[in-house]
Design a protein around this ligand. Structure first.
Ligand SMILES: NC(=O)c1ccc[n+]([C@@H]2O[C@H](COP(=O)([O-])OP(=O)(O)OC[C@H]3O[C@@H](n4cnc5c(N)ncnc54)[C@H](O)[C@@H]3O)[C@@H](O)[C@H]2O)c1
Length: 256
């Protein structure tokens, strides 16, 4: 297909935490769809590897390593990106798992630094990023903001992730407000709340088998599933979807 006809031709996207896992799938899907994709990660080598993978598939991608929780790093990286590729038309804040996985614990036992780290990564970083990209999106009258959220925002779980769930729910609330504030400027804001995704272990492990059996479609989600959903939200046909939390979870029913 002529690259001019691809759904995101001419658009610049930034995907955070895209050096592996779900973010990698999203970055590749957007690059395949013609976007120029900035691949962010804490680790430069992860960002470079995914950018190279996208380029090898005939996409356009550049690695952009920085810590999304650090205000100055965010400002500097976004300034660099504006110089290299113009403003960000599509922002996907996907980085949401603390480096090293975080330390799940019952809330009363959770050190303040640990729950603050969840808020920093899942909520404050989203706010920092959005403030960087909105001026360009409003000026051109077109933009897409996508928060990668989790079912943990909507369902209580007894696995020590209260702060993570609260931070994700906060992000969803932010997006709902941004949808109304900026919809009139051509900017949509949505959350994609993921269910059980691949990478939680091998399919033959009994623990993982039980997870798979709990999903109505009897499989775990993939980065490609998330990429397809983000592509929909980012492309023109997705433009009437605004202020929504879309649960991408194979039909998992909460509470079972
Ligand atoms: N995997 C799941 O089952 C699942 C389920 C629900 C929601 N989610 C959400 O999906 C998103 C991706 O999850 P994943 O499982 O692919 O994570 P992952 O840990 O496999 O990858 C995340 C990437 O983010 C990077 N990162 C971490 N902190 C960063 C920071 N401060 N700045 C920049 N990059 C940073 C890491 O280096 C890593 O490469 C997260 O928002 C997570 O909350 C995942």
């Amino acid at each position: 297909m002529d690259s001019e006809q691809l759904p995101l031709s001419g658009r610049t996207a930034l995907v955070t935490g895209a050096g592996r896992g779900v973010g990698r799938g999203i970055a590749l899907a957007l690059a395949d769809a013609g976007a120029r994709v900035a691949v962010n990660d804490l680790y430069a080598e992860r960002a470079a590897a995914v950018a190279a993978e996208a380029t090898a598939r005939d996409g356009t991608a550049l690695p952009l390593a920085f810590d999304v929780t650090d205000e100055q790093s965010v400002a500097d990286a976004l300034a660099r990106l504006r110089e290299q590729a113009g403003g960000v038309d599509v922002l996907v804040h996907n980085a949401g798992v603390l480096d090293g996985g975080g330390r799940p614990s019952r809330f009363a036992d959770m050190p303040v630094a640990d729950w603050r780290a969840q808020l920093d990564l899942n909520l404050a970083a989203l706010m920092l990023l959005v403030q960087q990209v909105l001026p360009h999106q409003v000026e051109q009258g077109w933009g897409r903001l996508v928060q990668i959220s989790s079912g943990a925002s909507a369902q209580g779980l007894p696995i020590g992730v209260a702060a993570y769930g609260a931070a994700k729910a906060g992000g969803e609330g932010l997006m709902r407000h941004l949808a109304v504030e900026y919809g009139p400027h051509g900017v949509t804001a949505n959350s994609l709340a993921l269910g059980l995704m691949e990478g939680l272990g091998r399919a033959d492990e009994p623990r993982v088998r039980r997870m798979i059996d709990s999903v109505p479609v009897r499989r775990l989600g993939t980065g490609a599933d998330a990429g397809a959903a983000v592509l929909w939200l980012a492309s023109e046909p997705g433009g009437y979807t605004n202020g929504q939390v879309i649960h991408l979870n194979g039909g998992t029913v909460f509470g079972r």
